[in-house]
Write a protein that binds this ligand. Structure first.
Ligand code: ASP
Ligand code: MG
Length: 406
C-alpha cells in the first residue's frame, strides 16, 4: 500500500468546519487505497497570536520557552483533526513532533531536522490508522522541544514523506497551486501544471509565498514529488518534480516579487583587504541575513558598498553598521526602504542568451528605474521602486509571454 503525506496549512484548518473538511479529504485518500499521514499547521493566525501573547509578557522571551509555546498551536489542530476523523468513523491518532520521532538540532526557533525515526508512525499506520502529526516541531537529544522556523510545517511534511518512503507529498493551501505570477497583481497569471525543484526554490526564496523554501530544497535533494493544491476544491494543482516535460517551451516559468526589501549603502569606504569582512562579520554575528551585495569598482582607492536586508532588520542592521562604517573610515551610510524585488525564474535562462536584455528592455519601456541587479543561473532579479512593482510584474509577464500555455 502506498503512503501519502498530506499537509494542511493554517487557513485550511482555521475553524471546526474546515477541520472537518480536512478530515473528509484524508478519509477519501485512505479510501483510495493509501496509508495516510496528515501534517497540520496551527489554526489560522494562532502562531502570530501566541507570539503576541509572549511579547505582552516580555519583549525578548526566552527561546526555549518560546518554542514550547509555539509548538502548542500545531498540537491543538492535530488533536482536533484526530477527533474529527474519529467522529466520522475513521481510526486516527495524533502525534506531536517528539512522538513522531522527529529529532532536531538545538537551535531554538529555527531548528533543523537531523533525523526521523518513523517507527511509531509506521506502527500506527499498520494498525489501520490515519496518523496526524503536529507540524513545525521536533525534539532535541536533551528532550527539549524545538520549532523549525515560520512556515516550517511544509518542511515537516516533506521530511516525513522522505523518511516514510511515501509516494508523494501533498501540500494543501488556500490557492490552487503555483502560478506564473501573483494573480492579485497580474490578472493574466496562469497555474503551472508542473515546475522543477530548482525553479520552485528560486521562486519561493524570491517571494512566492505558496511554499516554504527549505521544504522545496529537501524535496529536490530526495526527489520527492510534491503536489501543491487547494484544500477547498478538487482542482489539479501544481506538481513540483524533477523535470518539467509539460511546459519546457517557455523558458521563463514565473515571476516572483518581494516588497520586504531595504537597501543600505556604505559610501566612500577605502578599497583595501578586510573592509567587506569588517562590515559583514558583525552583521552575521547579529543574525541579520544580508541578501544582495554589490561593491562598485573603486575610483582613487575608494568605493561604495551596497547591500539589502529585510525591512524588519533595517534598524538592527544600521545599529551594527554605523559604528563599523565610522571605524573603517567610510564617509556615510545611506538607506532606502521603499524598494521591491522582481525576479524572473526559469531553468531555460541558463542555456539561452538574451533574457536579461529582454527584462531590462521591458522595464525601460515602462519607465522603471533599476537600482540593483543580481542573477543566479536560472534567475534574474531587479531591485526597483516599491511603488512600481505591480507595473513591473505586469510588463514582465507580458514580455515573457507567460499568459500563454504550451
Ligand atoms: N504555524 C507555523 C507558522 O505559522 C508553522 C506553519 O504554519 O507552517 O509559521
Ligand atoms: Mg502558517
Amino acid at each position: 500500500m502506498a503512503i501519502i503525506v498530506q499537509k494542511y496549512g493554517g487557513s485550511s484548518v482555521a475553524d471546526a468546519d474546515k477541520i472537518k473538511n480536512v478530515a473528509r479529504r484524508a478519509i477519501r485518500a485512505e479510501s483510495a487505497g493509501n496509508q495516510v499521514v496528515v501534517v497540520v499547521s496551527a489554526m489560522g493566525k494562532t502562531t502570530d497570536e501566541l507570539i503576541k501573547l509572549a511579547r505582552g509578557i516580555e519583549e525578548n522571551p526566552d527561546e526555549r520557552e518560546m518554542d514550547v509555546l509555539l509548538s502548542t498551536g500545531e498540537i491543538v489542530s492535530s488533536t482536533l483533526l484526530a477527533m474529527a476523523l474519529r467522529s466520522m468513523g475513521a481510526k486516527a491518532i495524533s502525534l506531536n513532533g517528539a512522538q513522531a520521532g522527529i529529532k532536531t538540532d538545538s537551535v531554538f526557533s529555527r531548528a533543523r531536522i537531523l533525523n526521523i525515526n518513523p517507527r511509531r508512525i509506521t506502527g500506527e499506520l499498520d494498525k489501520g490508522k490515519i496518523v496526524i502529526v503536529a507540524g513545525f516541531q521536533g525534539i532535541t537529544d536533551e528532550m527539549d522541544v524545538t520549532t523549525l522556523g515560520r512556515g516550517g510545517s511544509d518542511t515537516t511534511a516533506v521530511a516525513l514523506a522522505v523518511s516514510l518512503g511515501a509516494e508523494r507529498c501533498e501540500i494543501y493551501t488556500d490557492v490552487d497551486g503555483v502560478y506564473t505570477s501573483d494573480p492579485r497583481m497580474v490578472p493574466e497569471s496562469r497555474r503551472l501544471e508542473s515546475i522543477g525543484y530548482e525553479e520552485m526554490l528560486e521562486l519561493a526564496t524570491y517571494g512566492a509565498r505558496v511554499m516554504h523554501n527549505r521544504a522545496v530544497e529537501l524535496g529536490g535533494v530526495y526527489n520527492m514529488p510534491i503536489l501543491v493544491a487547494s484544500s477547498f476544491n478538487d482542482n489539479p494543482g501544481t506538481l513540483i518534480c524533477g523535470g518539467n516535460p509539460v511546459e519546457v517551451a517557455n523558458k521563463v516559468r514565473g515571476i516572483a516579487h518581494d516588497v520586504n526589501v531595504a537597501k543600505v549603502t556604505v559610501v566612500g569606504v577605502p578599497d583595501k583587504p578586510g573592509i567587506a569582512c569588517a562590515i559583514f562579520e558583525p552583521l552575521a554575528k547579529a543574525g541579520i541575513s544580508v541578501d544582495t551585495i554589490v561593491q562598485n569598482a573603486s575610483i582613487d582607492r575608494v568605493t561604495d558598498l551596497t547591500f539589502t536586508v529585510a525591512k524588519s532588520d533595517m534598524h538592527k542592521a544600521m545599529k551594527v553598521i554605523e559604528p563599523v562604517a565610522r571605524s573603517v573610515g567610510a564617509r556615510e551610510c545611506s538607506t532606502d526602504t521603499k524598494l521591491a524585488k522582481v525576479s524572473v525564474v526559469g531553468a531555460g535562462i541558463q542555456s539561452a542568451p538574451g533574457y536579461a536584455a529582454r527584462m531590462f528592455r521591458a522595464l525601460y519601456d515602462e519607465g522603471i528605474n533599476i537600482e540593483l541587479i543580481t542573477t543566479s543561473e536560472i534567475r534574474i532579479t531587479c531591485i526597483i521602486d516599491e511603488a512600481r512593482v505591480g507595473d513591473a510584474m505586469r510588463t514582465l509577464h507580458k514580455a515573457f509571454e507567460l499568459e500563454q500555455g504550451v
